[in-house]
Write a protein of this length. Sequence first.
Length: 133
Amino acid sequence: SYKGEYKMKPTTENKNEKASLLFEYMKANRRYCTKEELAEVIGVKSERIVRDVINHLRNTGYCICAISSKTGYKLMSYTHHSREDEEDVRNMIYEIEKRKLELESMQKCCDRFFKKAEEYKRQKRKEQCTDGK
């Protein structure tokens, strides 16, 4: 597996403040909220920043559901939830597991690229050494 360096996305300034605003809004609404709606809540135009803040909330332990059959994000509460919420979370887990398999397959292709590239470089060096004798 490739262990090279990669650049992380820059952290959003005031991420905790934006996360707090999103959390309170989603908690109060208890429904799926669109990215556009959430962008307005935190005062940004970029849906990417909304996704970044959603991921920040998830990384701090909140279950925020997003599934392909519904539009937007919903903050899930283990104390105030419905059977539909439970089904949505199950569907999200299924989609995550499916995506993991897809990502693993993509990573294998990338690993194979680096393996083949390294083999090619070794072969070229070997040919240069035998040509130079």
